[in-house]
Design a protein around this ligand. Structure first.
Ligand code: NAD
Length: 472
C-alpha cells in the first residue's frame, strides 16, 4: 500500500469507529466479554503462527521466550480483563462530606470512544494485545499501529484481528514512522504509545494539538543495585537472566549494575558464570535471540567500540563472528565505564551490561538520581533499612526487589514510567481506568440544604458557613 492509501484507510477506519461509537456509546458488559473471549481464542488458535511470525521478524527469537513473553503474557492480560470487566464497570460509591449529605457521590466508568495504540517491535504481540485488552474492557473502539520492524507479526495481527473483529471494533493500520506520525495526529479520545523516549516526545507534540490525552510507555536506563547484604550469585543470576532475555531488548531489562567496589570482581565473575550456565553454547543455541535489525546491531556494536577505544575492560561471552552470522551479539560485560561513555549515555536495549563499582547505598542513590528517572529499578539485598532507603530516595516507574523484570507481569500492579520513562499507567484495573472516563457524579438530594448558601447572604448564611468550615 502506498502512504496515501494507508492514510486514507486510517481516516476511513477512524470515521467508521467514531460512527459506530455514536450508535452505541455504552457498550454492555456482555459485548466487552465477547470481544475479550474472541481475543483469547484467536491468540490460542494462532499461537504457532504468531510465534513463527516473531521468529521470522527477529531472524532468531527464542521460542520459549516468545511463548512466555508474547503468548502467555498476552493471555494473562486478556484473561484478567475478561474475568474482572463486569466488576470494573460497576459504579463506585465514595463518601460525601456530612455538610453535603444526604447527597451521594459516585464514580461512573464510561468508555472514552475511539482509542489509538502505537506499539513497538520488541514484544510485538504482547505490547499490542495488552493495551488492546484494557481498551476493549473499557468498552472502546481501537485503532492499532504496530511496528514496521516486525512486518510478519504486524501482518499476522491485522489478519487475525480482521477475522474476529469488525473494522468498527478493532482495526490495524500497517505502516512505518510516517504513518505513525499521521496516526498520532488523529483526534483520538485517548492515545497509548509504547516506544522510545525520542519518538514519544514527537507523539506527545502531535497529540497536544488536539489535546488528545496520551499514555506514554517509554524506555530508559533501569539500574540493578546490588547491596553489600546481597547474595552475589543469586543477584547476578537474576540480572543476567533479565538482561539476556530477548537479548536485552526488553524495556525493563536491567540496563546497568551498581555493585560495591569491594565486590566488583566477584560480581563480574558471577555474571560471567551465570551467562555461561544459561547458555553453555551461546554461539549455537536458539535460546539466545537475535538483534532485531542491522541498524540496531550497528548501534550496539558502536557502543562496544566506544568502550574499547576508551580502554575500558570488556568481557565478551560468545564468538563475535559466529554470532554475527545470525545477527546476534556476544553477551558483553563492560567494567566501570565512565558516565560519558556511549554505554552510559543512552538506553542500551541489547545484551551489553555495564557493571560499576560504588561505595555506599547513598552513592548508588546519587548515581541513579543524576540520570533520568528510570522505567524500572532492581535492588538486591537483605537489609530492610537499605532497601527502604533506596526505594524511598529514588523515583522509578516500577521496582522488583531481589529479582529483575517480574513486576511487569503482575497484572494487578499498574505499569508505566515516570518523567522521561513515561507518563500514565495500564495493566489490570489501571488499564481499564486509563481507557475509561472515570466520571465523577454527585447526586443531589431533595433534602439538600445548599440553597441556603444562595444570596441574599445573611446571618443564617454565616452560621451555615461556620458549620461547613468545620465539617466539609
Ligand atoms: P520507536 O519509538 O522507534 O517506535 C515505536 C512505534 O512508534 C513504532 O510503531 C513506530 O512505527 C512508531 N513511530 C515512529 N516514529 C513515529 C512518529 N514520528 N510518530 C508516531 N509514531 C512513530 O520504538 P522501538 O524502537 O519500536 O522500541 C524500543 C523502545 O521502546 C525502547 O526505548 C524501549 O525501552 C521502549 N519500550 C518501552 C516499553 C514500555 O512498556 N515502557 C515497552 C517496550 C519498549
Amino acid at each position: 500500500m502506498t502512504r496515501i492509501t494507508t492514510i486514507i484507510e486510517l481516516e476511513k477506519s477512524f470515521q467508521a469507529q467514531k460512527h459506530s461509537y455514536a450508535q452505541d456509546r455504552i457498550v454492555a458488559g456482555e459485548i466487552r466479554i465477547k470481544r475479550l473471549d474472541k481475543l483469547i481464542s484467536a491468540i490460542e488458535d494462532n499461537e504457532a503462527l504468531l510465534i513463527d511470525a516473531v521468529n521470522a521478524d527477529f531472524g532468531s527469537r527464542s521460542r520459549i521466550e516468545s511463548m512466555f513473553g508474547e503468548i502467555v503474557a498476552s493471555l494473562s492480560s486478556v484473561r484478567l480483563a475478561r474475568k474482572n470487566v463486569k466488576k470494573w464497570m460497576k459504579t463506585r460509591t465514595v463518601s460525601t462530606p456530612i455538610f453535603m449529605r444526604p447527597g451521594r457521590s459516585r464514580i461512573c466508568p464510561q468508555p472514552l470512544g475511539v482509542v489509538g495504540i502505537i506499539s513497538p517491535w520488541n514484544y510485538p504481540i504482547y505490547l499490542a494485545v495488552s493495551p488492546l485488552a484494557s481498551a476493549l474492557a473499557a468498552g472502546n473502539r481501537v485503532l492499532l499501529k504496530p511496528s514496521e520492524l516486525t512486518p510478519h507479526t504486524s501482518v499476522a495481527l491485522k489478519k487475525i484481528f480482521s477475522e474476529i473483529f469488525d473494522e468498527t471494533e478493532v482495526a490495524v493500520i500497517i505502516g512505518g514512522a510516517d504513518i505513525g506520525a499521521a496516526f498520532a495526529q488523529i483526534p483520538f479520545d485517548h492515545l497509548l504509545f509504547t516506544g522510545s523516549t525520542a519518538v514519544g516526545q514527537k507523539v506527545a507534540e502531535a497529540a497536544v494539538k488536539n489535546l488528545t490525552p496520551v499514555t506514554l510507555e517509554l524506555g530508559g536506563k533501569s539500574p540493578a543495585i546490588i547491596d553489600n547484604s546481597a547474595h552475589i550469585e543469586k543477584a547476578t543470576q537474576s540480572i543476567a537472566f533479565g538482561k539476556a532475555f530477548n537479548a536485552g531488548q526488553t524495556c525493563v531489562a536491567p540496563d546497568y549494575v551498581l555493585t560495591p567496589h569491594s565486590k566488583l570482581n566477584d560480581t563480574v565473575n558471577a555474571l560471567k558464570a551465570a551467562v555461561n550456565k544459561m547458555y553453555p553454547d551461546i554461539d549455537r543455541t536458539s535460546d539466545y535471540s537475535s538483534i532485531i535489525s542491522d541498524r540496531h546491531y550497528s548501534r550496539l556494536e558502536s557502543m562496544i567500540f566506544d568502550a574499547k577505544e576508551r580502554g575500558i575492560k570488556i568481557i565478551q561471552i560468545g564468538n563475535v563472528e559466529k554470532l554475527r552470522a545470525n545477527r546476534k551479539l556476544p553477551f558483553t560485560i563492560v567494567v566501570n565505564p565512565p558516565r560519558d561513555s556511549d554505554v552510559m549515555r543512552e538506553e542500551i536495549f541489547g545484551p551489553i551490561l555495564p557493571v560499576i563499582g560504588i561505595d555506599t547505598p547513598s552513592e548508588a542513590i546519587e548515581y541513579v538520581n543524576e540520570g533520568d528517572r528510570p522505567l524500572a529499578l532492581y535492588w538486591f539485598g537483605a537489609s530492610l533499612d537499605v532497601r527502604n532507603k533506596v526505594l524511598g530516595e529514588t523515583v522509578s516507574g516500577g521496582v522488583t526487589v531481589n529479582d529483575t523484570n517480574w513486576h511487569v507481569v503482575q497484572e494487578n500492579l499498574p505499569f508505566g514510567g515516570v518523567g522521561k520513562s513515561g507518563n500514565g499507567v495500564y495493566h489490570g484495573e489501571s488499564g481499564f481506568e486509563t481507557f475509561s472516563q472515570m466520571k465523577p457524579v454527585f447526586l443531589q438530594s431533595r433534602f439538600a440544604n445548599t440553597a441556603m448558601l444562595q444570596p441574599p447572604y445573611n446571618r443564617s448564611t454565616d452560621r451555615l458557613l461556620k458549620f461547613a468550615k468545620k465539617f466539609m
